[in-house]
Design a protein around this ligand. Structure first.
Ligand code: UD1
Ligand code: MG
Length: 452
């Protein structure tokens, strides 16, 4: 049989009042990505599937996020927040096209997997008009309760509407439903708002399906997969679940972590073989760590690419746009930003390297700073291969340090330094000459200098 077509409608128009934030709820980050990004990653995306997202009228940032994540998604606006059923109907035009399956998913349920969506759609193929995802909640307060009679799902009761006995029920509505796409509109349009909040509750679809003499079923999953996020406390709980998953996956992929519970990963972190991450490391979005690299304790890394056998930290901060080549070393109290450090570069202590390119094998001494900001704009620093920058030097950008150049300690470099030059610039004392190579030979008796 040919694969069934599908439309996924993601509801994200709620104000998220309980988050007490100016940011739309589904924009809050979980493991470095928005709640919405997690949901969209799990949504069906193969051929014959379409995606619609329902957002609020004041959700500009959210619209940008959707366009970035899924440019193919249709965006619908729910003008007034009149409940989840009303939100689904905002996407009426997409639903009316009549895909075989209609999946309705909440944007605030980010831990869900693609496999569960597939499992929920399966009963439709066997003739059910509606499949509801359920779970047994440790604390069901706030969730809709699934009313099952003789093994049949007969209704869902919202917490606010439930009787004391119904509130005892722990089988809850996860908020994900799969409808027979051809009957969905007819069913959802019948939903009224005769309840305590005068809202159109999507959950009432179950009772309507039953009235029409059609079949509604429950598919169960674990609570951890469907935690709905309405508060900051629930966001923190979901983060714990997500981190546990990411750590487990990293360990299974061969990453060494002796204290995984202290390491924070992002959903998109990638690892090569034999990577080691020491305790208390925070990794934000957009980080790749290649084979054999070691991240020492207390490092914070965002949008950075770490090359093979590179070493970072302890106490290092790699900011967006950092690229470390093979075997590069970033030591303690070093900050980098928009900086490429080629293979074998060493920046071992107390430095800031921003808007910079450092050629292979260069050695940057303790306390050396790229002065990239003059109070008006940002400027670049280029340091050639094999250069040596003495301790406490300030490289005032824009500036180029030639390959093999040697900068004396405490220099303030405001002009380019040619290849192989020896430069000492300390206020009164200004001295530039060629022969950095000769100088090194003199110092070492011809041997390769340590750390050169
Ligand atoms: C909802 C369910 C509840 C379920 C729980 C699971 C309803 C009526 N209730 O409750 O049975 O146990 O989720 O987490 O469906 N939204 C809109 N427009 C609206 C209202 C909501 O787009 O007018 C969106 C929200 O952005 C959110 C989703 O729908 O993504 C769910 O709304 P929310 O207010 O979080 O519902 P819950 O109270 O969590
Ligand atoms: Mg919710």
């Amino acid at each position: 049989m040919t694969a069934r077509s599908n439309l996924t409608v993601v509801l994200a128009a709620g104000e998220g009042t309980r988050m007490r934030s100016a940011m739309p709820k589904v924009m809050h980050p979980l493991a470095g990505q928005s709640l919405l990004a997690h949901v969209l990653r799990a949504a069906p995306k193969d051929a014959g599937t379409a995606l619609a997202v329902v957002i609020g009228p004041d959700h500009g940032a959210l619209e940008e996020e959707i366009k970035r994540l899924r440019p193919d998604a249709a965006i619908f606006i729910q003008r007034e927040r009149r409940g989840t059923a009303d939100a689904v109907l905002a996407a009426r035009d997409a639903i009316a096209r009549g895909a075989d399956d209609l999946l309705v998913v909440f944007g605030d349920t980010p831990l869900i997997s693609a496999a569960t969506f597939a499992r929920l759609r399966a009963p439709l193929q066997k003739g059910a008009a509606l499949a509801v995802l359920g779970f047994r909640a440790a604390d069901p307060a706030g969730y809709g309760r699934l009313l099952v009679e003789n093994g049949q799902l007969v209704a869902i009761r919202e917490h606010a509407e439930a009787s004391a006995t119904e509130r005892e029920i722990r089988l809850c509505n996860a908020g994900v439903m799969a409808f027979d796409g051809r009957r969905a509109l007819e069913i959802i349009e019948k939903i009224g708002n005769a309840n305590s909040k005068a809202e159109y509750y999507l959950v009432d679809a179950v009772a309507i399906v039953r009235q029409l003499g059609l079949e509604a079923v429950v598919i169960e999953t674990s609570e951890d997969e469907v935690r709905g996020i309405n508060t900051k406390a629930q966001l923190a709980e979901a983060e714990q679940v997500m981190q546990a998953r990411l750590r487990k996956a990293a360990l299974e992929a061969g990453v060494t972590m002796i204290a995984p519970d202290t390491v924070y990963l992002a959903a998109d972190t990638t690892f090569g073989n034999d990577v080691t991450i020491e305790p208390f490391v925070v990794i934000g979005p957009g980080v790749s760590i290649a084979d054999g690299a070691v991240i020492h304790s207390f490092s914070h890394i965002v949008q950075a690419s770490i090359g093979k056998n590179a070493s970072v930290g302890p106490f290092a901060r790699l900011r967006p746009g950092t690229t470390l080549g093979e075997g590069a070393r970033i030591g303690n109290f070093v900050e980098t930003k928009a900086a490429t450090l080629e293979a074998g570069v060493k920046v071992n202590h107390l430095s800031y390297i921003g808007d910079a390119h450092i050629g292979e094998g260069a050695n940057i001494g303790a306390g050396a700073i790229t002065c990239n900001y003059d109070g008006f704009g940002k400027h670049r620093t280029t340091i050639g291969a094999g250069a040596f920058v003495g301790t406490n030097s300030s490289l005032v950008a824009p500036v180029k340090i030639g390959s093999g150049a040697y900068i004396g300690s405490g220099s303030v470099i405001t002009r380019d330094v040619p290849d192989d030059a020896l430069a000492v610039e300390r206020g009164e004392q200004s001295n530039r000459e060629g022969g950095a190579t000769r100088y090194r030979e003199m110092k070492t008796g011809g041997k390769t200098p340590k750390g050169g």
